[in-house]
Write a protein that binds this ligand. Structure first.
Ligand code: HPA
Length: 309
C-alpha cells in the first residue's frame, strides 16, 4: 500500500473512522455495511454545514459545472474514507457541497468506473453515502457515444431508460448479500429514470430553447470503444447512446429510493462501418464536453429551480 499523505493525517483534522484504502480498510471491499456507509456520511457532515437533498454526478469533460456552485465546500476523494480516486483524465476527484440555483446540492466532480479495476461496491459507494446524507434526487450525467444515427456530437440526450449490458449478466452492484434496511432484494427498474423528472426536464428545455434528444443509454464495460459490429448490435436492440458508466450508480440510487434524472452529453458519433477510417478517442470526448457543459448547466439550473421540495 502507498504511504498516507492525506490531510486527515495531520494533527487537528477531525476524527474519522479507520476505513481508508491506505489502512487496507475499504480498498477491496466487495460489500460494505450500513454502519460503514453511515460512518462515511458522518465524517462528511463534520466537513460541511450544507445538508443537500439533491446530488449530481458529473461525467467526462463536464467538471466545469462544479465551478458554478456558490458557497462551496470542496472535499477531495482522497480525503474521504472509502472513496476511490479516478485514474481517468477529465475526471477530477472531489465532492463539492454548496448552493446551485437556490438549492443545497452535493456534486461529484468526477466518478470512478468498473473498468478501472474497482469492485462495483466501490464504484457505487458515493451514491450510497449521498443517499444517507439525505439526497432524494440524483442528477446523473455522462459523456456518451451517439448510437442513434440522428444524434451528433454536442447533442444533449435525456435518458428515458437504460440497457444494463454489464449488469444484466453479472457485475450488478446489488449482487451479494442484501441489507433490507438499505433497499429491497428484488428491485423494480421500470421507472429508473423518473417520469416526473423527465417531464420537468422536457418542459424546461422547451421553455429555454435547449435542444434535447431523448433515448435509451446502453451501459457497457469499456474501456475499449465499440467495434462497428457492436454498434450495429446496439442499434438493433434499441440503444440510442452508449457509455461506460451511469448504470451501476442508477441501480444503487433506485435501491435506496432516490429519484433519478439522467442526461447524456453526446460526445461523438459512433462508427458502424468497418471500412470507416475514423476512430473514436478520449480527446474528442473531452472536447465535446466543453461544448456541452453550458447547455447542460442551463438545463440543470432550470430543473433545480422548478424541482418540487
Ligand atoms: N463509446 C463508449 N463510451 C463513450 C463513448 C463511446 O463512443 N463516447 C463517450 N463515452
Amino acid at each position: 500500500m502507498t504511504a498516507r499523505t492525506r490531510a486527515h493525517d495531520e494533527p487537528g483534522f477531525p476524527q474519522e473512522p479507520d476505513l481508508s484504502p491506505a489502512d487496507g480498510g475499504l480498498m477491496d471491499h466487495e460489500v460494505f455495511t450500513r454502519e460503514e456507509y453511515l460512518q462515511i456520511a458522518d465524517f462528511l457532515r463534520t466537513q460541511t454545514a450544507h445538508r443537500p437533498a439533491v446530488g449530481l454526478i458529473l461525467g467526462s469533460g463536464l467538471s466545469a459545472l462544479a465551478d458554478e456552485i456558490i458557497d462551496a465546500d470542496r472535499i477531495e476523494y482522497a480525503d474521504i474514507p472509502g472513496f476511490a480516486v479516478s485514474t481517468v483524465q477529465g475526471h477530477s476527484g472531489r465532492l463539492v457541497f454548496g448552493n446551485l440555483a437556490g438549492r443545497e446540492v452535493v456534486m461529484m466532480q468526477g466518478r470512478v468506473h468498473a473498468y478501472e479495476g474497482l469492485p462495483m461496491a466501490r464504484v457505487t459507494l458515493p451514491v450510497r453515502v449521498m443517499a444517507l446524507l439525505g439526497v432524494r434526487t440524483l442528477v446523473v450525467t455522462n459523456a456518451a457515444g451517439g448510437v442513434n444515427p440522428a444524434f451528433k456530437a454536442g447533442d444533449l440526450m435525456l435518458i428515458t431508460d437504460h440497457l444494463g449490458l454489464m449488469t444484466m449478466v453479472g457485475g450488478n452492484p446489488l449482487w451479494g448479500p442484501n441489507d433490507d434496511s438499505l433497499g429491497p432484494r428484488f428491485l423494480a427498474m421500470n421507472n429508473a429514470y423518473d417520469r416526473d423528472l423527465r417531464k420537468l426536464a422536457l418542459a424546461v428545455a422547451a421553455e429555454r430553447g435547449i435542444a434535447l434528444q431523448q433515448g435509451v443509454y446502453a451501459g457497457l464495460g469499456g474501456p475499449t470503444f465499440e467495434t462497428p459490429a457492436e454498434i450495429r448490435l446496439l442499434r438493433m436492440i434499441g440503444a440510442d447512446a452508449c457509455g461506460m458508466s451511469t448504470v451501476p450508480e442508477v441501480i444503487v440510487a433506485r435501491h435506496m429510493g432516490v429519484k433519478v434524472l439522467g442526461i447524456s452529453g453526446i460526445s461523438n458519433a459512433t462508427i458502424a462501418d468497418a471500412d470507416s477510417e475514423e476512430e473514436a478517442n478520449h480527446e474528442e470526448v473531452l472536447a465535446a464536453g466543453r461544448e456541452i457543459a453550458p447547455k447542460l448547466m442551463a438545463l440543470i439550473r432550470g430543473v433545480l429551480e422548478r424541482l418540487p421540495d
